[in-house]
Design a protein around this ligand. Structure first.
Ligand code: SAH
Length: 389
């Protein structure tokens, strides 16, 4: 049988239901299996342990789609998509929003597939060659189960290069409007799923934006890496009297202004289009509350040392802008930097800035971005609420 045979001492991974097989774990891979195709993964005795899709160009040679001897079929795919949707259906945490992640890749046992829901519209994102091959089937199943008004493709993630596939985006089904108004925590946001960053909005910060609200009354806040103002709008809702939002993207800040209007907020917002590192280095302003939500600095393992230095630099300078007794919500969405590493960075930054700092709370990704317990790597977002004395 055509397939992949694992080295004897590497079979354990599959017994523990981890969905990734690295090249070093493979004893033999049949030359006749094209990249992107689904194949059985076997133990040294040729017993089938799982089925997954192959890509020799990727560090992760096989991503598992189902465990056990039974082959992966269209029905298996349907079941997986159903299970993901089911997880969200009666989730009270999602009751207050019409925008959430419907399928979260390995977190929903479909490696490489992201589907986000914005009101009645879906955004489809494929991160791998294997998912590209299943694209039409996935789109058909999504249309049959969820009856969306439209499906737009945003398979333009930079990670596709490592998979040997081109970026692709465009309309797949129906007509997606240029602007979709979503509602989150009783706030409104305008989302451009066609041109915005990621799939249009950072849905993974929904709960953390909500967590910010009670801390904002009578505060002057600095929102670093503001994007379209998710935390800014939440801060005004919580009673902040002034918010300085810093982002290097002019389009994001234009959208932020739109979002202020949408929520009938018209005073106290200052938008600064610049590099956030430069801003914190040169600013002499003082704030009572800071939000620091940068993009992932470490996109791969080799970036870790420079990412750690970046986080440290950013925090040392940011702490200097804190009035005594202020609060800092700070986040890292780098998959390769653990919560412990992040806490160490905060410790070093506190020492360097000569401020006494206390952790008041910790945050993580929301329930529509589930962590697969068998794949701890699916936990990527971590946050801390700090008290800066
Ligand atoms: N907090 C936001 C999401 C932030 S995403 C929310 O709740 O929606 C990260 C943002 O950082 C993006 O808007 C991106 O444009 C911005 N960005 C990336 N590098 C930057 C830099 N060096 N300086 C300032 N902004 C940057």
């Amino acid at each position: 049988m055509k397939g992949i045979v694992l080295k004897k001492d590497k079979e354990q991974v599959l017994h523990h239901k981890h969905p990734w097989i690295f090249s070093g774990a493979i004893k033999v891979i049949d030359d006749n299996i094209p990249n992107g195709a689904i194949a059985p993964v076997m133990d040294h005795n040729k017993n089938i342990l799982a089925w997954g899709y192959v890509n020799r160009l990727s560090d992760i040679t096989v991503r598992i789609l189902c465990f056990g001897e039974k082959p992966f079929t269209l029905d298996t795919l349907k079941q997986l998509i159903h299970k993901a949707i089911e997880k969200r259906l009666h989730n009270p945490l999602l009751a207050n929003t019409n925008a959430y992640r419907l399928i979260h890749s390995e977190g929903d046992e479909i490696p490489g597939l992201i589907v986000d829901k914005y009101d009645a519209h879906l955004v489809f994102q494929s991160l791998t060659m294997g998912i590209d091959m299943l694209r039409n089937e996935i789109v058909q199943i999504l249309a049959d189960i969820t009856h969306p008004e439209s499906i737009f493709e945003r398979s333009d993630h930079a990670g596709r290069f490592a998979e040997g596939i081109e970026k692709r985006s465009g309309q797949i089904f129906g007509v997606t409007p240029d602007e979709i108004i979503i509602s989150e925590n009783n706030l409104k946001f305008s989302v451009d799923v066609k041109n915005g960053q990621k799939t249009g909005f950072f849905l993974d910060q929904r709960e953390n934006r909500k967590a910010l609200i009670p801390y904002c009354a009578h505060k002057r806040m600095l929102n670093l890496f503001s994007y379209t103002g998710g935390f800014t709008i939440a801060a005004f809702k919580g009673g902040a009297y002034e918010v300085v939002s810093v982002d290097s993207s002019r389009q994001a800040l234009d959208m932020l202004k739109k979002n202020l209007k949408l929520n009938h907020l018209n005073a106290g917002s200052i938008e600064v289009c610049t590099d956030a590192f430069e801003y914190v280095k040169h600013s002499t302003e003082k704030f009572d509350l800071l939000v620091i939500d940068p993009p992932a600095f470490a996109k791969s393992r080799k970036d870790i040392p420079s990412a750690l230095r970046g986080y440290c630099d950013l925090h040392v300078h940011a702490f200097h802008l804190c009035r005594p007794g202020s609060l800092v919500f700070t986040f890292s969405c780098s998959r390769f930097i653990s919560a412990d590493d992040f806490q160490k960075i905060l410790f070093i930054s506190a020492e360097k800035s000569k401020r006494s700092i206390f952790i008041l709370s910790k945050y993580h990704q929301p329930s529509d971005h589930p962590v697969n317990i068998f794949a701890p790597e699916t936990e990527y977002l971590k946050g801390f609420l700090l008290y800066v004395e």
